[in-house]
Ligand binder design. Structure first.
Ligand SMILES: Nc1ncnc2c1ncn2[C@@H]1O[C@H](COP(=O)(O)OP(=O)(O)OP(=O)(O)O)[C@@H](O)[C@H]1O
Length: 712
């Protein structure tokens, strides 16, 4: 089912007009109460998202640390809380690794036990997440952003944002994040946030029953998701605008801002890391950057674009393979194999053993006496080893992430991309640092002061991370702002902007679609992208459902029984109303829902009661006892001449969010077209490289997932 924005907003206008009619103090309070409903939902959603994000952080971190050891004083504490207050140089006696707990003797034995227990926990967590998803809420799988984009684009996916999905997604996220697979919780938090809003708006019928208003709230909730994911409320608003929302009026901007802010404040209040930071990888830099560094930053941008373009191709190729082969029937086995392989590969490499969030946090850090160097990347004179390990980790991370994104577990791609970018970025930073130290007198380095640290590899990690996320998602402004909010330094905005821009250009050279659009395409969701490539040069008359194939309703001559029959025999979402079938003079359009409602409302009348749909031609022909259907009709449906271009029709679908268009010539109906028709036509042209003048029936067999996006 699709949303007709114009129609929904018209209904809303009518509702408001009725509400405001009457005057007096009670009306005033009624209007006030009505207006505050949306804000109540937004604030409650923000609070809920903040709480859930904090709970996922706490539970996920504890589970992740359980892979390596246990806190002997209080088993429910993670490593950092168990060793709270100790300096990095002091030994934490309360935290005992499994190898030492089982007292297996020599160091080699400890390593093997640690390794085996790490694998055991990783695989168990991943399998548990997969089990939850498969058995309780299939929609909780993956990131959910492609589906949210489709929903916000005007389609309905039932049960996608229900209570079970929310619960399973939240529990599954704790487990999948803890499993150490190359995935993140950031994208899925957008789904969590939208589910919260969707559940909280249920008691407010004026919102939940109006598809357009519902989408405004969901757009705002999406901003709250990113706000808590990256500790970046403004980035969240921009993410919603740039990536997920289809319509983003000023009102939604303001609502998103409030929702994102409440969520961030709640998370800050919960303080899940006890560090006053909203997210683990929030950093503060003390140094600036130098002009000559723009060259390596540009190179990082190119690398981000290459990574993004390649990642999308490989990931979609693997997804296609999964769909075409026997693997599709064994999702649990697939998760088992990927989790096992990830754990086996992750443990020996220190950069991969830690959680991706911890990895990113450490790679972003400046080297200083106060910062822990758990990854061993701040040792002077030790560069070749860490740099090779960093590069190896980024390549392996990319391979593992491309297998992981698409598994039947809750999994996002934003953080792994950040991790991969931070890995190659830090490697590049360390190389530039060594070069600068070895050539202090070089002309390019004249802005570096002698004996003062000139290069900050952490900045390269940040620029690398931004470029990788840009390459994968093709977002621009929101990434820059998210990174800016993460580092809190305006100084780095320029390098990040340059890298993100270049990475988008390079990525676009592969394909203009980001990872989410690629998945929408892969899943064949009926999403009409308003940034889509040019529409084929066709006339609507070549592709519309023609008058002779259209089921129309004549203004007179119907009874309640015949209309009921029509609804039972015809599956369409609506019917054009014409004066009479012969000259097809268009009078309006009645949707299936409204027709059903009108008939149900008249159930006390005899079934032989005449129904009329108006028109001046009828004056004098309508009997007194007949049922007037005019109030349920749309008297001014959007129409175009049948000789209009397909491009014009498509842009009306995209820009106005229409569900259907009628085509007429001098007031006579010629045919119709729905938004889904437009999507089918555009996709048939794109995928088959030729236009197939096909009706939807020809494609119906190929399109699996559109069945999921159900018709009501
Ligand atoms: N009254 C009608 N008579 C004949 N064909 C119609 C009529 N209304 C729509 N169609 C055509 O039938 C197909 C289904 O249209 P419908 O209005 O049921 O919804 P839709 O949004 O296109 O898709 P879906 O039913 O899959 O959700 C489209 O190809 C459309 O052009």
């Amino acid at each position: 089912m699709r949303t007709d924005w114009i129609h929904e907003y018209t209904i809303e206008q009518l509702r408001l007009r009725v509400l405001r009619g009457g005057g007096g103090i009670t009306t005033y309070f009624r209007v006030l109460a009505d207006a505050s409903q949306a804000w109540i939902v937004l604030i409650l959603s923000g609070l809920a998202v903040g709480f859930i994000a904090a709970a996922i952080d706490i539970a996920g971190n504890w589970l992740a640390d359980v892979k390596t050891g246990v806190c002997t004083t209080s088993f429910y504490l993670n490593h950092s809380f168990c060793c709270w207050g100790l300096q990095s140089t002091e030994q934490c006696k309360d935290w005992v690794t499994w190898g030492h707990l089982f007292n297996v003797g020599p160091a080699g034995g400890v390593y093997v036990v640690q390794y085996l227990i790490f694998i055991l926990f990783s695989v168990t967590f991943a399998l548990s997440a997969c089990f939850l998803v498969l058995h309780y809420a299939p929609y909780a799988r993956q990131s959910g952003i492609p589906e949210i984009k489709t929903v916000l684009g005007g389609f309905v996916i039932r049960r996608f944002m229900g209570g079970w999905t929310l619960l399973i997604k939240s529990l599954g996220l704790c487990l999948s994040v803890a499993s150490g697979l190359w995935l993140g919780k950031e994208g899925p938090l957008v789904h969590v946030a939208c589910s919260c809003a969707n559940i909280l708006m249920k008691p407010f019928h004026s919102i939940s029953q109006n598809e357009a208003r519902k989408r405004e709230i969901l757009s705002a909730a999406a901003a709250a998701g990113i706000s808590v994911a990256f500790g970046s409320p403004i980035g969240g608003v921009l993410f919603s605008l740039e990536q997920v929302s289809y319509y983003f009026p000023d009102k939604t901007m303001w609502q998103s801002f409030v929702c994102a802010m409440v969520a961030a404040v709640t998370l800050q209040f919960m303080n899940p890391f006890r560090t006053e930071k909203l997210v683990m990888y929030q950093v503060i830099f003390t140094r600036g950057w130098h002009d000559f560094e723009l060259i390596p930053f540009c190179v990082l941008g190119i690398m981000g674009g290459l990574y993004g373009g390649l990642f999308i191709k490989v990931n979609i190729f693997i997804a296609g393979l999964r769909r075409r082969t026997w693997v599709k029937s064994f999702p649990v086995l697939e998760v088992f194999v990927v989790a096992l392989a990830s754990a086996l590969i992750n443990y020996p490499n220190v950069f991969m053993r830690v959680q991706v969030s911890e990895l990113v946090a450490n790679l972003f850090q400046e080297c200083s006496a106060t910062n822990d160097d758990i990854l061993d990347i701040c040792q002077d004179g030790k560069t070749a080893g860490p740099v090779s390990l960093l590069i190896l980790a980024s390549v392996l991370g990319m391979i593992l992430a491309s297998f992981t994104f698409g598994l039947q577990i809750p999994a996002g791609i934003l953080l792994p991309s950040m991790g991969i970018g931070a890995l190659y970025g830090r490697a590049m930073g360390m190389v530039v640092q060594v070069w600068q130290r070895n050539n202090p007198t070089a002309w390019m380095l004249r802005s570096c002061e002698p004996d003062v640290q000139c290069i900050t590899p952490g900045v390269y990690a940040i620029v690398g991370a931004a470029s990788a996320v840009g390459g994968v998602t093709r977002m621009t402004v929101s990434i820059v702002v998210i990174m800016f909010e993460l580092t809190g330094a305006l100084t780095y905005v320029l390098p990040i902007m340059v890298a993100v821009l270049i990475s988008k250009w390079v990525g676009d050279a592969f394909d203009r679609k980001g990872i989410y659009e690629a998945w929408i395409n892969f899943q064949e969701y009926p999403f009409l992208d308003n940034r889509e490539e040019p529409v084929p040069d066709l006339l609507v008359s070549q592709v519309m459902t023609r008058l002779e194939d259209t089921v129309v309703i004549e203004a007179t001559g119907h009874t309640i029984a015949s209309l009921d029959d029509l609804l039972h025999t015809q599956p369409y979402k609506g019917f054009p109303v014409v004066a009479d079938a012969r000259d097809a003079l268009l009078l309006g359009y009645i949707s299936r829902t409204e027709l059903r409602y009108a008939i149900d409302k008249a159930r006390n009348l005899p079934r032989t009661t005449e129904c009329h749909f108006g028109g001046s031609a009828l004056i004098g022909t309508v009997s007194e006892n007949s049922l007037d259907m005019r109030p349920w009709m749309d008297h001014t449906p959007m129409t175009l001449p049948a000789r209009s271009s397909l491009m014009l029709a498509t842009s009306l679908f995209q820009d106005l969010g229409l569900r259907y268009l009628l085509f007429q010539y001098h007031g006579q109906l010629q045919g119709l077209m729905t938004k889904k028709d437009a999507w089918f036509i555009l996709n048939s042209v794109k995928d088959e490289k030729r236009f197939v003048h096909a009706t939807r029936d020809r494609f119906a067999g190929d399109v699996n997932s559109t069945n999921v996006i159900s018709s009501s």
